[in-house]
Design a protein around this ligand. Structure first.
Ligand code: ATP
Ligand code: MG
Length: 169
């Protein structure tokens, strides 16, 4: 049984994440998806709650064809302990898939095998770009799975981001 681990903040979950997970699904028996910075929501860089992000991921992966677990993981204020913290919250896994340099470093130092998947059209497919488009009323829906568009609509997600991005002047 080979279990793969993938972590992100998923603010929001987008087609880049989806393409990486579809690839992992071809080589792993089960996938664990960690929803990082789980305690954060309602900020410009982290607008959505961990529960809302779990909903986006679970719905978008409903036809993945590989069993998966979605697990919220709160930050710890010590990077040196982070890999152990993650492992204390997740089913055991054999390999971590990440291209984030800090994540790669922390897992390698903890003795975990790490693979860095190629980026999928990174200029457009990034959470930062999607949040920017939401704030400037540019189209963003084609950068996320349809299921994610529906969740964001359901929770009034664009309006929330626009409102919290304003200051009180
Ligand atoms: P943000 O801009 O808010 O940081 P992000 O797009 O980088 O959002 P994260 O949730 O931070 O998304 O990233 C989760 C993981 O997905 C990271 O390992 C990141 O490198 C990876 N990732 C992000 N965008 C892509 C993409 N377009 N193709 C493949 N992997 C991606
Ligand atoms: Mg990122």
């Amino acid at each position: 049984m080979k279990r793969g681990f993938y972590i992100g903040r998923f603010q929001p979950y987008h087609n880049g994440h989806q393409s990486v997970l579809e690839r992992i699904a071809t080589e792993a028996d089960e996938i664990i998806i960690g929803v990082g910075s789980a305690q954060l929501s309602h900020t410009r860089d982290n607008p959505y709650t961990s529960g809302e992000r779990v909903l986006m991921i679970t719905r978008a992966l409903s036809t993945l064809g590989c069993p998966f677990y979605v697990i919220p993981i709160e930050d710890v204020q010590r990077n040196a302990l982070w890999a152990a913290h993650v492992r204390s919250m997740t089913p055991p896994f054999d390999c971590c898939y990440s291209s984030n340099p800090l994540v790669v470093r922390l897992f390698k130092e903890a003795g975990v095998e790490v693979q860095s998947p190629a980026m999928y059209e990174r200029e457009r497919h990034s959470g930062t770009e999607i949040r920017r488009r939401m704030l400037t009323s540019e189209p963003w829906e084609d950068l996320v799975p349809d299921a994610v568009t529906r969740v964001i609509r359901e929770i009034d997600g664009v309006e929330r981001l626009c409102q919290i991005a304003k200051d009180d002047q």
